[in-house]
Design a protein around this ligand. Structure first.
Ligand code: ADP
Length: 422
C-alpha cells in the first residue's frame, strides 16, 4: 500500500479536521494518534495524518516528534508531505511552525515551502500576508489574548520570520488570482531570491484550489486544513487516485452503545437532556468518586442497561454546581477525578462488550482514547459540522467512535451520532 499524502498535525482536533477535509474531497483518510509503532498495518488508505501534541510543546520535542512522524510516513512511501497547523497560525516567536517546518524541509530537501493557514469557509483569509478572522485582523481578535499562543501580530511574513533563520516571502493576492501557473512562477522567483518560505494570500475556496494545484509537485506543503482542499485533485490528475464515491465508507461495527459525557458546556447539557428523555442516563457525583465510591455500582448499572440499547453516563453539570465541586476538590483534582472515572468506564464497558461509543468533551475524549489505547481512527462522514463518525484501527477490538468537543453538535446529537455511525 502506498500512502499518497502524509500529514503531520500539531494537535488532535486539527488532525481530525484535516482528515474530514480530505474525505470530503475523495481521499480515504486515517488519523493516527502519536508517532505510530513501526509495524502498524493499515488497510487501503490514501492519506494518513499523524496527530501530535506539538503546538505548544518545547521546540526541541516538537521537532523530534515531527521528524519521527516523517520517518514513519516515509517508510510508507508517501508522495507528498503536509504540515498542518491551526488556521489562526497559533504559535510563539520561538515556534513551533518555523522550527518544525524547517526541520521537515531540511529532511525532505524542499527548497520553498508555502505557508497558508487560510480557511475562507470559517472566515480565515490572508490578504497581503495579513491574516483576518472574519472582518478583523488576527491581532484584534480573542487570539491576541490566548494563554499559550497569543497572536499579537497579523503580518504572517513577520510572524514566521521571527520563527525561522530563513527568508520569508509573499505570494500576494493579484498573483494568486491569476491562477496556478502564476503562483508557481512566483514561487520559483522567491526561491531564486533566497526565500525558504512563502506566505500565500487566499480569500476564497477557488483560491485554495488554485494554490493546491500550484503546489502539486512540492515535497512539503504547510497550512491549515483549508489548503488541503486542493490537494486530492492533484493525485487524481496524475492518475494516482481513482474517483472514490465511497471515501467516507467505514466497516460496520455492531455491539452495545454507550455515551460518556464530561463536557459541561451549555450545548452538551442540552444534549444530555434530550437523551435522558429517551434512554437511561446516570449522573456521576464527583464528590462520591473522590471518596472512592460509585464506580463499581455505575459499571454494573451500565452493563445491565446497555444490553437493551444505548446508555449515558455523565458528570456534566451547570456552572454553579461545577464551581461548588471545584471549591471542594480543587479545579484540577475535580477534572482529574472525573476524567479518570470516564477512562475506567470506557475500559470496563468495552471489556464487557460495548463497541459503539460517543464521547462529549475534548479533554474527556483524550482521556478515553488514551485509556482504550487507541492507535488510530479511520474517518467517515460528518455527523454534525466538525464531528466525523470514526472507526478505530490497530490493536484492540474494533470500535465505532464519535468524539465531540463541548460546543459541537445539535441537540439530538447523541442518538443521531449512534444512528449515523457505521
Ligand atoms: P469541553 O470540550 O466542553 O471543554 P472537556 O472534557 O474538555 O469538555 O472539559 C471538561 C472538564 O470538566 C473535564 O476535565 C471534566 O473532567 C471536568 N468535569 C466534568 N464534570 C465535572 C463536574 N461535575 N465538576 C467538575 N469538573 C467536571
Amino acid at each position: 500500500m502506498t500512502v499518497l499524502l502524509g500529514a503531520i498535525a500539531d494537535d488532535f482536533t486539527g488532525a481530525t479536521d484535516l482528515c474530514g477535509m480530505l474525505v470530503r474531497n475523495g481521499m480515504r483518510a486515517v488519523q493516527l494518534i502519536g508517532v505510530p509503532r513501526p509495524d502498524l498495518e493499515l488497510e487501503e488508505v490514501d492519506a494518513v495524518t499523524i496527530a501530535l501534541k506539538s503546538r505548544t510543546a518545547p521546540v526541541k520535542e516538537a521537532v523530534e516528534d515531527s521528524l519521527l512522524a516523517l520517518d514513519w510516513l516515509q517508510s510508507r512511501g508517501v508522495h507528498q508531505l503536509f504540515f498542518k497547523y491551526c488556521s489562526t497560525f497559533d504559535s510563539t516567536p520561538k515556534g513551533n511552525i518555523g522550527p518544525v517546518g524547517d526541520a521537515l524541509a531540511d529532511r525532505l530537501g524542499a527548497s520553498i515551502v508555502i505557508a497558508c493557514p487560510a480557511f475562507p469557509e470559517n472566515g480565515r483569509t490572508v490578504y497581503m500576508g495579513h491574516l483576518f478572522v472574519g472582518d478583523r485582523l488576527l491581532s484584534e481578535t480573542h487570539m491576541a489574548h490566548h494563554p499559550l499562543t497569543p497572536m499579537t501580530d497579523s503580518d504572517l511574513v513577520r510572524v514566521l520570520g521571527r520563527q525561522t533563520p530563513h527568508k520569508v516571502g509573499l505570494v500576494a493576492y493579484p498573483t494568486v488570482r491569476r491562477g496556478p501557473a502564476f503562483i508557481r512562477d512566483r514561487l520559483t522567483e522567491l526561491r531564486h531570491e533566497g526565500c525558504r518560505w512563502a506566505i500565500v494570500d487566499c480569500l476564497e475556496n477557488e483560491d485554495l484550489l488554485a494554490i493546491g494545484e500550484a503546489v502539486a509537485d512540492q515535497r512539503l506543503v504547510s497550512g491549515g486544513s483549508g489548503i488541503a482542499m486542493g490537494l486530492p485533485a492533484n493525485f487524481r490528475r496524475k492518475g494516482l487516485l481513482p474517483p472514490r464515491e465511497d471515501a467516507a465508507a467505514l466497516p460496520s461495527v455492531t455491539g452495545p452503545e454507550v455515551v460518556l459525557a464530561g463536557s459541561c458546556s451549555a450545548v452538551t447539557l442540552a444534549q444530555i437532556e434530550a437523551f435522558r428523555s429517551e434512554r437511561p442516563a446516570r449522573k456521576l457525583d464527583p464528590l462520591a468518586l473522590a471518596r472512592g465510591a460509585e464506580l463499581p455500582e455505575v459499571i454494573a448499572w451500565a452493563r445491565e442497561h446497555m444490553a437493551s440499547g444505548p446508555v449515558l453516563i455523565y458528570a456534566s453539570a451547570p456552572p454553579e454546581e461545577v464551581r461548588r465541586i471545584q471549591q471542594e476538590l480543587g479545579r484540577e483534582r475535580a477534572s482529574a477525578i472525573v476524567e479518570e472515572a470516564m477512562a475506567v468506564f470506557a475500559r470496563e464497558l468495552v471489556a464487557a462488550g460495548a463497541r459503539r461509543l460517543v464521547v462529549a468533551g475534548g479533554e474527556t475524549s483524550g482521556a478515553v482514547v488514551k485509556a482504550l489505547g487507541i492507535e488510530g481512527l479511520a474517518i467517515g462522514r460528518e455527523i454534525d459540522p466538525g464531528v466525523p463518525a470514526t472507526v478505530t484501527i490497530g490493536r484492540g477490538p474494533r470500535l465505532a467512535l464519535a468524539l465531540k468537543s463541548g460546543n459541537f453538535g445539535r441537540r439530538d446529537f447523541f442518538l443521531r451520532a449512534l444512528a449515523t455511525m457505521p
